[in-house]
Ligand binder design. Structure first.
Ligand SMILES: Cc1cc2nc3c(=O)[nH]c(=O)nc-3n(C[C@H](O)[C@H](O)[C@H](O)COP(=O)(O)OP(=O)(O)OC[C@H]3O[C@@H](n4cnc5c(N)ncnc54)[C@H](O)[C@@H]3O)c2cc1C
Length: 396
């Protein structure tokens, strides 16, 4: 058994490339983008040029043919500059297009994935509804079969990227009598489909990552816009949440790593009582806690990603080890993350409370990771459910 968590030379190179791009292209724009609550308009095109839009997608579609571990690595290094934009990239690449890639037909994939990889298409995923959040299976968005079309009515809220998306993947009930087993998966083209309405939601954190409230008002879709099989949505949804939780752990990791680095630098430079504040034990204790939380989070998230990459079908969902590990990784990263960003603001004192200091953005963004991709409470429910399975083997 090898317990080395060293990245390979190729993974190191990927990390360096993403970090170089994020720190030189993204970082100088971030304060302005955050204040305006705007995404860089050319973000996905830029990522396309770097080959970063389809890390796990097959090369035939323009993807990199790598794993979820590399995806996590990319998101972590974007999040070192912007947790919000790492989430936006993840919402397109993992939530929308990777779910689609895993379940759509060859013809459907050939029409969409090359444009997702080039950055021409931005994606979003709609699970949550105004009255169906944690209890996602109680969704009421309805897809009614009429001839060779589906008529969609309902709404989805808190949808990352919806205000700008070219493609939306979403779930709707195709059989109201079957509960969760009456859910199917669809895609639509928001910019050109009649009956699709999106309103931008104002947020105090995760600014620059656009979020929308979507209404489907008699939206007519060809039946070919259903993928993964009629009434098969629940497995697609729950399995997709596993890879989402693992890779989006990178958002918290990136913020933790940035906050640790910025705090180390600041603590050595900031002088009070005639000494750098790094000399004070209260500050040293915080730095030690920040490092420990980052490192434990990193091990959990990357080991879950490596476990997922090692599975033949990469399928998660109820009754799988992946379900527990993915929920645990994001639970730990999210909660460690909020502690780390809070310590970073404290070390920066009043300056940490000012917009021009990046720690303030990490502080505002990181709270989302107690909520998005299933709340901390829901993650604990999943972990406990899987621990209580009769065949649970402790130690993993
Ligand atoms: C910035 C942002 C981006 C998002 N992006 C997306 C996206 O791209 N796509 C998408 O589909 N969704 C997205 N979401 C939605 C997110 O997944 C939901 O907000 C989340 O699942 C919680 O749902 P809710 O907000 O309705 O809270 P609720 O479900 O109403 O929960 C409220 C509180 O009650 C707790 N609670 C609920 N049920 C239980 C229970 N059984 N036991 C104990 N506690 C419970 C919750 O943990 C929470 O603390 C996003 C949300 C935000 C804020």
């Amino acid at each position: 058994m090898s317990l080395s968590f060293e990245f390979s030379p190729e993974q190191r190179m990927l990390e360096e490339n993403v970090w170089r791009w994020a720190s030189t292209w993204l970082e100088p724009q971030m304060e302005h983008l955050y204040e305006k609550d705007e995404m860089p308009p050319d973000l996905f095109r830029e990522l396309g040029k770097l080959g970063l839009n389809g890390i796990v997608y097959e090369e035939q579609y323009g993807g990199a043919g790598l794993g979820y571990l590399e995806t996590l690595l990319v998101y972590e290094n974007i999040a070192r500059v912007s947790n919000a934009l790492a989430m936006t990239v993840g919402a397109s690449q993992t939530l929308a297009f990777d779910n689609f890639r895993r379940h759509a037909s060859e013809a459907q994939k050939a029409a969409i994935l090359p444009k997702a990889c080039s950055g021409e298409y931005i994606g979003c995923l709609g699970i949550t509804e105004p009255n169906a959040g944690s209890d996602a299976m109680s969704m009421t968005t309805r897809a009614e079969k009429k001839g060779n079309t589906y008529v969609i009515n309902g709404s989805k809220t808190f949808i990352t990227n919806a205000p700008l998306a070219d493609v939306m993947v979403f779930y709707a009930k195709t059989d109201l009598g079957k509960g969760p087993h009456g859910i199917s998966t669809f895609f639509c083209y928001p910019k050109t489909t009649k009956g699709f309405v999106c309103e931008k939601i104002k947020k105090w954190g995760m600014r620059s990552s656009p979020t929308g409230l979507v209404t489907f008002d008699d939206m007519v879709l060809p039946e070919d816009n259903l993928f993964g099989g009629i009434n098969q949505g629940v497995q697609i949804l729950t399995s997709g949440l596993c890879t989402e939780r693992i890779t989006l752990s990178g958002c918290s990791l990136g913020s933790m790593r940035a906050c640790l680095e910025l705090s180390l630098k600041y603590a050595k430079e900031r002088v009070q009582f005639g000494k750098p504040i790094a000399n004070f034990q209260f500050i040293q204790g915080k730095l030690a806690d920040m490092y420990t939380r980052y490192l434990s989070s990193k091990w959990m998230a990357y080991s879950a990603a490596a476990f997922c990459d090692g599975l033949e079908n990469k399928a998660g969902g109820k009754g799988t080890d992946l379900d527990r590990m993915a929920a645990a990784a994001l639970l730990h990263c999210g909660e460690a993350g909020t502690a780390v960003v809070s310590d970073a603001v404290q070390i920066h004192g009043g300056y940490g409370y000012c917009q021009e200091y990046a720690v303030s953005r990490h502080y505002l963004d990181e709270k989302l990771w107690h909520i998005g991709a299933g709340t901390s409470e829901v993650r604990r429910m999943i972990i406990a459910r899987e621990l209580l399975r009769d065949d649970f083997a402790s130690g993993r």
